[in-house]
Design a protein around this ligand. Sequence first.
Ligand code: NAD
Length: 477
Amino acid sequence: MELSFKENVNAMVDGAIRVLGLDEGIAKALKACNSVLKVQFPVKVRGRVELFTGWRAVHSTHRLPAKGGIRFATFVNQDEVEALASLMTYKCAIVDVPFGGSKGGLLIDPTKYNRDEMQAITRRFTLELTRKGFLSPATNVPAPDMGTGEREMAWMADTYKHLVPEDINFTACVTGKPVAHGGIRGRTEATGRGVQFGIREFFRNTKAVKAAHLTKGLGGKKIVVQGLGNVGYYASKFLSEEDGAKIIAIIERDGVLVDKTAGKKQGIPVEKVHQYMVEKGTLKGYSSAGVEFLDKKAGQKALEIECDILIPAALEAQITKKNAKRIKAKLVAEAANGPVTFEADQILKKNGVTILPDAFLNAGGVVVSYFEWVRNISHIRFGRMQRRFEEAKGLQFASALERLSGKPLRKSVKEDLASGPQEVDLVRSGLDDSMRLALQEIFETKKSVKGVDDYRTAAYVVALDKIARSYLDIGVY
Ligand code: NAD
């Protein structure tokens, strides 16, 4: 029998617990989900009353608020929500974001409802979460996940504002909002951008690259991506457009687009394909030179295509004991949560496949959510105080250089020196720094801690060590 998602995460965490030699009681407390809310509520849709079921799990409150996305999908269940909440706790610790872990889900097929209906359902779910103490800027802050985005976050923030108008920090009750409603520039693409920054940092470590049987440099690397949603789209777009990697297959729910030249030419044009998918809701029918569409059956098999990097960015449990031995990628970059099961993880490891784990690699979303939350509770846009000041300083520096050298600087150099950072520049720089430092800590742990021989265990050792320390420092009451 396959392990459940929660059992899979716990089995992986157990490896790190053994390495750290944690006290049995602390280990149990670390893995347990602190509280779970299940709500069932009616909404009138097209004249009929429909009953909806949703959950919000809080895994850890060792830091507050607890943070984690809300997904709208047809397969959400309590086990999944609890597993995802625990991943959030570990994720925040790995990238040094001072939040606990939480996750929510609503059992719904969002494609079956129009905008007004989705608004009514989302607002009612928000009311349930707020009234029961599972939504607040101080204690529990959701974000987008599968099936949700800026639109849902704006509805949630607005509903909370009407329910708790005396909370001066009401915009901070959710992150991932549209910029016009308290969001931050760079949040929408943050998870995909974080995947790019994480992979870039991996390629900066020549020893790690060699050990993964890869050649140096991201340029020309062949990538297969599963899922062209928020995370998969931005990750594959940035890696191909900015780092010169080649996307040789895009797997979606209804089939797969394959580069017939297997990366010998330019690879699949991600932006064009994404535009097509947004318009048509499917990859079927997309045509361009050298690219062919294969049906759903070929989609699952496409995970097994020979490539340098496989980026699962859709669902959990995509690589299991059934297909793990046929995976030919050298590096599996877990952009989705839980795409590799515990048993598959062991098989891939045995076969020499390197894994960059989800708890590190897809943490970009929560890093930028943290920036958004800080922006909301400080009620000021990042860069507002210093941008012009830094521009003036840069201009003074450029003038001093010109005076000393007796020659005018080139216009582009002068412009570069005299430009202060905009909010999106600061967000990107903070995200890059967070991903780089986190991977460096994982590299160091893998190298120096006895019994750690893969990046997933190293990442969990980093996380558990920080969380356990926080329990032990403060004490348990
Ligand atoms: P999304 O809903 O925007 O995209 C998911 C994509 O996967 C869709 O395009 C969907 O059609 C496709 N898909 C669904 N079933 C598929 C299948 N069987 N085969 C291939 N493709 C399939 O969701 P997202 O926000 O991009 O999230 C994707 C994953 O990343 C999830 O595991 C999520 O938990 C994780 N994640 C998301 C964020 C975020 O900020 N959005 C942050 C961290 C982790």
